[in-house]
Ligand binder design. Structure first.
Ligand SMILES: Cc1cc2nc3c(=O)[nH]c(=O)nc-3n(C[C@H](O)[C@H](O)[C@H](O)COP(=O)(O)O)c2cc1C
Length: 151
């Protein structure tokens, strides 16, 4: 995929008062997305169903975060963490995601994720943390420096 750097600069602010939900099968293929999740991701619900959930993966996210996500889901049946997602228009949004199993008659059938907005301070913290993780791993890090104040 080709990226134009300037397109990454547009942040979508996640609403506080709405549930942002998706579900996947056990391999991470999207089986359900609510309107709010589709809207903040700049997709139609129909475009998301049947696609791997990495359709919203942002290139700033270190691979290790998702390795940990899948390991936790397999071992503990749940995971939560801070995620920067990519919109279809190449903008981005930050969420705190809580993923857990969906059980039918005691059997794990799907995973569901519920997302909530995060603070500006957490966005700065996790952007820097994920940049550092990528740097340590020798991955490409987009050159961004956040400065809260001029002096
Ligand atoms: C229920 C559920 C929700 C997920 N939500 C996201 C998400 O919002 N953003 C994301 O990048 N990955 C999400 N993932 C993880 C993806 O399946 C995938 O592992 C990740 O995007 C990394 O892509 P890769 O596995 O192709 O490297 C979710 C997984 C599950 C099971």
């Amino acid at each position: 995929m080709q990226y134009n750097q300037s397109e990454f600069l547009f942040e979508t602010i996640v609403p506080k008062n709405e549930l942002i939900v998706s579900r996947t099968d056990l391999k991470g293929i999207i089986t359900y997305a609510n309107e709010t999740f589709a809207e903040i991701s700049n997709y139609e619900v129909d475009e998301l169903i049947g696609k791997p959930h990495n359709i919203v993966r942002h290139p700033d996210m270190p691979k290790a975060v998702f390795d940990n996500l899948w390991k936790s889901l397999k071992n503990d049946g749940k995971w939560s963490g801070f995620v920067k997602n990519l919109r279809k228009d190449f903008g981005f949004y930050w969420v705190f995601a809580e993923i857990s199993g969906v059980y039918k008659e005691g059997k794990l059938v799907e995973y569901k994720s519920i997302r909530t907005p995060i603070s500006f301070e957490n966005k700065l913290f996790y952007q820097n943390k994920y940049d550092e993780m990528k740097k340590k791993n020798g991955d490409f890090v987009r050159t961004i420096s956040y400065e809260l104040y001029d002096n």
